[in-house]
Design a protein around this ligand. Structure first.
Ligand SMILES: *[C@@H]1O[C@H](CO)[C@@H](O)[C@H](O)[C@H]1NC(C)=O
Ligand SMILES: *[C@@H]1O[C@H](CO)[C@@H](O)[C@H](O)[C@H]1NC(C)=O
Ligand SMILES: *[C@@H]1O[C@H](CO)[C@@H](O)[C@H](O)[C@H]1NC(C)=O
Ligand SMILES: *[C@@H]1O[C@H](CO)[C@@H](O)[C@H](O)[C@H]1NC(C)=O
Ligand SMILES: *[C@@H]1O[C@H](CO)[C@@H](O)[C@H](O)[C@H]1NC(C)=O
Length: 430
C-alpha cells in the first residue's frame, strides 16, 4: 500500500514536472505566465526616482495564422484518427487517459479570428500593466493624462487590442475609457522598421541562405531521433514528416498558451528532449532572421533606440511610452542592445543547450523590454528590464547605468541612423 502510494506520488510529480518542462520550451508560442516576473514591488534605488519609462511589448497570445488554422484542422484531425486506431491495436506509449484527451480534442477555430488576440492574451496585458504601474509609480502615474502617457501600436488587431487591455490594467474602468488611442500609422518605422526595409527584406528575410542552418538541423541526427521518438510514442506505422511533428509542436504551443487550465493533447507526443529539439529548430530560424546572423538586421533597430533616447533626453514629452509590436521588433531591439548574444553563431549540426538566445525565454507571447529613466541627485541613469526582470546591459558596469554612458556607446544609433540609406537597395545589392 505504502509502496503504491509512493509510486503514485512520484509518478504524478514526474508527470507534472515533465509537463511544466515542456511548457517552458514552446518557442515564440510559450505563454507569458511562465516567464514574467511576478514580484511587483517598487524598484527603488537610494536617492533616485523613476521618472520615465519606454517599453516595447510583443502582443499577447494570439490565434494562429490562417494557414496554421487550416493545417491543424485538417492534418491533425487525420492524425488523431490514426492515433486512436493504432491505440486500439495496442500500439503506442500513451496512457488511456491521454488517449481519451486526444479522442476528445476538437478544433473549430474560425478563420476570421486568425492572429487575433485571445482572452488569455488580454489577461497577459492586464497583469503586465498592473505590475508595471506598481513598480514605477513615478513614471507611470496613477491618474490618466493624455500628455504624459502614450500608447502606440501597429496597424494590427492583436497589437491594438493589447494596448487597450494594457490600459485597462493601468487604470480603473472609468479612466481607462478616456484613454486616447491615436490611430495606428500604416507605415510605422519605429514599431516595425523591417517591414519597409527593402534591403533587409531582400538580403535576409527572402534570402534562402538565412534558413540554411535551420534546414541542416531539420535533417540532423537529433531531429531524426525526435521524429522517431514522436512516431513511436504515438504508435504510428509510418514515420512522421518533420512538417507533421512541427505542426503538433505548434498546436501544443498555441493550446497551452491560450488556455491555462487545459493541457493540450498535442504536447503528449513530446518528451523534454524532443520538445527541446523543436525549440532549437525554431530558434535557428529566428536567430538568423532576427538576431545576430546579419548586421543589417539589428542595425536598422536604431530607429527605435533613437526614439527611446530622444524621449529620455527631452525635458517634456510623455513620461511613459508603451509600444505594442511584434516578435520581429523585440528580437532586433534586444540584439541591437547586445543582449543574449551567444559565444558563437548558432549552427544546425547540434543543439546548444546552454544558449541564452532562446525564443521561449526572450520572445514568448507578451515578451517585453522596458527602459526606465531614473533621476539620482540630478544625474540621469537607465535601468533595463526584460520580462520584468532587471538585466544589466552588457556595455554598462552596473544595472543602473548612466544615461551619458549609453548615449556615448550608442552614438551611431542616435546620430547616424539613416534608415532610408541603410534600407534602400542600391545597384550593387541587386
Ligand atoms: C521583490 O522585489 C523587490 C524589489 O526589487 C526586492 O527587494 C524583494 O526582495 C523581492 N521579493 C522577493 C520575494 O523576491
Ligand atoms: C471533453 O471535452 C469536454 C468539452 O470540452 C470537457 O468538458 C470534458 O471534460 C472533456 N473530457 C475529457 C476526458 O477530457
Ligand atoms: C487631453 O486632455 C485634456 C485635459 O483633460 C483635454 O482638454 C484634451 O481635449 C485632451 N486631448 C485630446 C486630444 O483628447
Ligand atoms: C535524417 O533523415 C533524413 C531524411 O530521412 C536523411 O536524409 C538524413 O541523412 C538523416 N540524418 C542523419 C544524420 O542520419
Ligand atoms: C517619445 O516617444 C513617443 C513614442 O514613440 C513619440 O511619439 C514621441 O514623439 C517621443 N517624444 C519625445 C519628446 O521624444
Amino acid at each position: 500500500m505504502k509502496l503504491c502510494l509512493f509510486i503514485l506520488v512520484s509518478f504524478a510529480l514526474y508527470c507534472s514536472s515533465e509537463s511544466s518542462n515542456i511548457q517552458n520550451h514552446l518557442g515564440s508560442r510559450t505563454p507569458y505566465r511562465l516567464k514574467g516576473n511576478k514580484n511587483d514591488s517598487q524598484i527603488k534605488y537610494p536617492n533616485c526616482k523613476d521618472s520615465k519609462i519606454w517599453m516595447v511589448i510583443r502582443h499577447g497570445t494570439r490565434y494562429p495564422n490562417a494557414k496554421d488554422i487550416t493545417k491543424i484542422n485538417t492534418r491533425l484531425k487525420e492524425l488523431k484518427l490514426e492515433i486512436l486506431l493504432r491505440h486500439r491495436l495496442g500500439k503506442g506509449e500513451l496512457s488511456d487517459e491521454q488517449i481519451k484527451k486526444i479522442e476528445n480534442w476538437t478544433w473549430d477555430l474560425d478563420l476570421e479570428k486568425e492572429k487575433f488576440l485571445t482572452l488569455e492574451g488580454q489577461d497577459e496585458m492586464i497583469i503586465l500593466a498592473e505590475r508595471t504601474r506598481k513598480r514605477f509609480p513615478g513614471a507611470v502615474k496613477e491618474k490618466y493624462n493624455n500628455q504624459t502617457i502614450l500608447f502606440r501600436y501597429t496597424a494590427t488587431q492583436r497589437a491594438q487590442q493589447s494596448a487597450r487591455y494594457f490600459a485597462n490594467g493601468l487604470f480603473d474602468k472609468k479612466e481607462a475609457q478616456d484613454v486616447l488611442f491615436s490611430p495606428a500609422a500604416k507605415v510605422d518605422t519605429v514599431l516595425r522598421f523591417y517591414k519597409h526595409c527593402d534591403k533587409w527584406q531582400k538580403q535576409v528575410k527572402k534570402n534562402p541562405l538565412t534558413y540554411t542552418e535551420q534546414k541542416l538541423y531539420g535533417i540532423s541526427k537529433e531531429m531524426n531521433d525526435t521524429i522517431k521518438s514522436v512516431t513511436k510514442r504515438l504508435g504510428l506505422k509510418n514515420l512522421l514528416s518533420l512538417d507533421d511533428v512541427n505542426l503538433m509542436y505548434k498546436a501544443c504551443g498555441f493550446e497551452t498558451s491560450w488556455n491555462k487550465h487545459f493541457t493540450s493533447p498535442w504536447c503528449y507526443p513530446f518528451d523534454v528532449r524532443s520538445v527541446q529539439t523543436m525549440e532549437y529548430y525554431q530558434d535557428l530560424k529566428y536567430y538568423w532572421m532576427d538576431g545576430y546572423g546579419h548586421d543589417l538586421t539589428y542595425r536598422q533597430a536604431c530607429v527605435s533606440i533613437k526614439n527611446m533616447f530622444e524621449n529620455f533626453s527631452s525635458k517634456g514629452g510623455p513620461s511613459a511610452s508603451f509600444l505594442f509590436t511584434h516578435s520581429g521588433t523585440i528580437l532586433k531591439i534586444l540584439t541591437h542592445l547586445e543582449l543574449f548574444k551567444p559565444r558563437s553563431h548558432l549552427r544546425g549540426d547540434k543543439n546548444v543547450p546552454d544558449r541564452t538566445w532562446r525564443a521561449s525565454d526572450i520572445d514568448c507571447f507578451g515578451a517585453n523590454l522596458a527602459l526606465v529613466l531614473y533621476r539620482c541627485k540630478g544625474v540621469d541613469y537607465v535601468l533595463a528590464l526584460h520580462q520584468e526582470r532587471v538585466v544589466k546591459l552588457p556595455m554598462c558596469e552596473k544595472e543602473l547605468c548612466p544615461l551619458k554612458t549609453l548615449k556615448e556607446y550608442f552614438h551611431k544609433s542616435i546620430y547616424e541612423c539613416d534608415y532610408t540609406d541603410m534600407c534602400s537597395l542600391k545597384k550593387d545589392d541587386l
